[in-house]
Design a protein around this ligand. Structure first.
Ligand code: ADE
Length: 230
């Protein structure tokens, strides 16, 4: 069982992704448990303040250290986390090998930033990993957390119906997936490649592998050079 706790500023953003499809089934099968913690409950004062102006000036608010620290420490009373992950555009860009690695852990804590980010001291004191889901800026870390949980969750054995399929995906082995087809075998004059209808398993395998290589060479030659990206 993989347990993931997520400290969020806008918990509602995470309701949809986790109450549908694959992750929902994984939760029902007790393969994964995701809990969303509303940072606001740790806010200070009667307004439950969680953010404040940045020292030194400039536009945008910063999530304050005390509410975040209280939330993290509260969770740590009952949980020992393998990693405390801050979702941030200046983190390491998520790739398949990071998802593989994280899917083998048993407890993760994800922290979602907002506005201008979180007080740097929280990163220094608690955070063990910083992950970005790509070189663009989202309005908050929640959607990034949803992406990360999906990428990790589907790798847990039993989560996908087809046990082998997660390992055959694009990016495993640094290769993009080959093209796929389903019925009808001819559609609007376009035919499925003969080899796929041949029933010859070894030839099909060889064709798929070659297609994967060609596709990767054409679209993502960087993956073939980069040992570390899958
Ligand atoms: N928060 C805002 N933008 C993000 C990104 N690209 N990745 C992860 N967290 C983020």
């Amino acid at each position: 069982m993989l347990e993931i706790d997520i400290i969020a500023v806008v918990p509602g953003l995470l309701e949809g992704p986790f109450s549908h499809s694959i992750l929902q089934r994984a939760a029902e099968k007790n393969l994964i448990r995701v809990r969303v913690i509303d940072l606001r409950q740790y806010g200070t004062g009667s307004y439950k303040q969680i953010d404040d102006y940045a020292f030194g000036g400039g536009a945008g608010m910063v999530l304050m250290a005390p509410p975040l620290a209280d939330a993290i420490r509260d969770l740590q009373k009952e949980n020992t986390y393998d990693e405390i992950i801050y979702l941030t555009p200046d983190g390491k860009t998520l790739n398949q090998s990071m998802a593989n690695h994280l899917s083998l852990k048993s407890k993760l804590l994800l922290i979602c930033g907002h506005y201008k980010g979180i007080d740097e001291r929280i990163r220094e004191r608690f955070v063990t990993m910083e992950i970005s889901i790509g070189d663009y800026v989202l309005s908050g870390g929640e959607l990034a957390a949803a992406v990360l949980v999906d990428a990790i969750g589907r790798l847990i054995p039993g989560v996908l119906n087809d046990e082998t399929s997660a390992l055959m995906d694009s990016f495993q082995d640094n290769l993009l997936a080959p093209p796929v087809y389903t019925r009808p075998s001819e559609w609007e004059g376009m035919k499925v490649p003969d080899v796929l209808l041949s029933g010859h398993d070894a030839k099909i395998e060889e064709w798929r592998y070659q297609q994967s290589l060609d596709r990767t060479q054409a679209r993502r030659p960087d993956l073939l050079k980069d040992e570390d990206s899958a």
